[in-house]
Design a protein around this ligand. Structure first.
Ligand SMILES: *Cc1c(COP(=O)(O)O)cnc(C)c1O
Length: 368
């Protein structure tokens, strides 16, 4: 049996007719740039995240970048983010000329360790950028509390957390701006690159609309320096179709995760990510920890099971950030997790038969 890490083909088989019809509509209208489907999807996604506004952009990285630009974060400023995240979280900060200041993560839930945030704050800190990694909400009570006391912005990286809630509030609606990616493999994925920012602040939404569209309010009247970072109309049309299925898909992810936990409990030295009590997790990734990570990865690969490592190299040890001056040993929890974490296949269509097969071969690895 071959089991992919994410099975997009299964999702698209089910929705092919609707998606092709949406593309045909788009071709007929030729409104490829900021067409009506963009506004429709923005409205639907804002309702999903329970914010007043949503601004469609070209990727998750651009969503983060626009959020920081709208908040006037720039050269001389610092932004605090976790050491264990996808590199784009840090790229957003350096792309606006600010400095990423890293913070270690928790060994149990993998989120930013809020007990360590205040130690890295300086007079230059402008914002905290928590990441809802693997679909689990960061400790937002503590993040908001620290931000309030030090007058900092909170921008959420919700690229892995479409549908996750913290104390009943959707991720992306808790900080001043939420940032989403619709990279194909996310909980809600486009057929290409796409992203979104969400906010309740009308002025910030307006500024982000201007920035994404070459800084213009009116064609050829550029009120600020901008980017070409618009959400593509066809992608918006496809995303509107998929959004209707997202609640069911998220529930299916969580059922698959529950099955994994039940079947793999106590097998070998496997440990699981703990779910924070105030987070309604959507299992974007299903991560196990083992001292024999590379061996298990190779074994599963030889049996046709694709896995992932999120992420093998923490941000502070990436060659592109050597100039930040961090060293091995600076963030011991992130480094420990980077050696131990393995993400098993996780997608809504993952079925009993496939989970059976994965369980069998995980057990086979530890029995050898
Ligand atoms: C995917 C991802 C991003 C970047 O999104 P892109 O659409 O690929 O630019 C940023 N942060 C996190 C945590 C992600 O998982």
């Amino acid at each position: 049996m071959q089991i992919p890490f994410v099975d997009l083909a299964a999702q698209h088989r089910a929705l092919e007719k609707e998606i092709l019809a949406a593309i045909r509509d788009s071709l007929a209208r030729c409104d490829f740039i900021l067409g009506s489907a963009v506004e429709e999807f923005e409205r639907a996604f804002a309702a999903f995240v329970e914010t007043g506004h949503a601004v469609g952009v070209s990727s998750g990285l651009d969503a983060l970048r626009l959020a920081l630009m709208a908040l006037d974060v720039g050269p001389g400023d610092e932004v605090v983010l976790p050491a264990n995240t996808y590199i784009a979280t840090a790229f957003a900060v350096t792309s606006v000329g600010a400095r990423p200041v890293l913070c270690d993560c928790r060994a149990d839930t993998y989120g930013i360790d809020t007990r360590k945030i205040e130690a890295v704050l300086t007079a230059r800190t402008k914002a905290i950028l928590p990441v809802h990694l693997t679909g689990q909400a960061a400790d937002m009570d503590e993040v908001l509390d620290i931000a309030r006391r030090h007058k900092l912005h909170v921008v959420e990286d919700a690229a892995q957390a479409h549908g996750t809630k913290h104390r009943g509030k959707p991720c992306g609606s808790i900080g001043i701006i939420g940032c989403f990616s619709f990279y194909p493999g996310k909980n809600l994925g486009a057929c290409g690159d796409a992203g979104m920012t969400t906010t309740n602040d009308e002025r910030l939404a307006e500024v982000m609309r201007e920035i994404r569209n070459n800084g213009q309010r009116e064609k050829y009247h550029h009120v600020r320096q901008g980017l070409n970072a618009r959400l593509d109309t066809m992608q918006a049309a496809i995303l509107s179709i998929k959004l209707m299925h997202l609640p069911d898909w998220n529930a299916a992810r969580n059922r698959a995760a529950a099955a994994y936990r039940q079947r793999l409990q106590g097998v070998g030295d496997l440990a699981f990510q703990q779910i924070a009590p105030r987070s309604t997790h959507v299992q974007h990734l299903f991560v196990v920890e083992t001292a024999r990570r590379d061996g298990l990865l190779q074994h599963l690969k030889s049996r046709g099971v694709a896995t992932g490592v999120h992420y093998p190299v923490p941000v502070h040890l990436q060659p592109c950030y050597a100039s930040l001056g961090y060293h091995l040993g600076d963030f011991p929890v992130a480094e420990h997790l980077a050696r131990r974490m393995l993400s098993l296949p996780m997608f809504p269509e993952l079925d009993e038969r496939q989970i059976d097969y994965i369980e069998t071969h995980v057990r086979e690895f530890y029995a050898a």
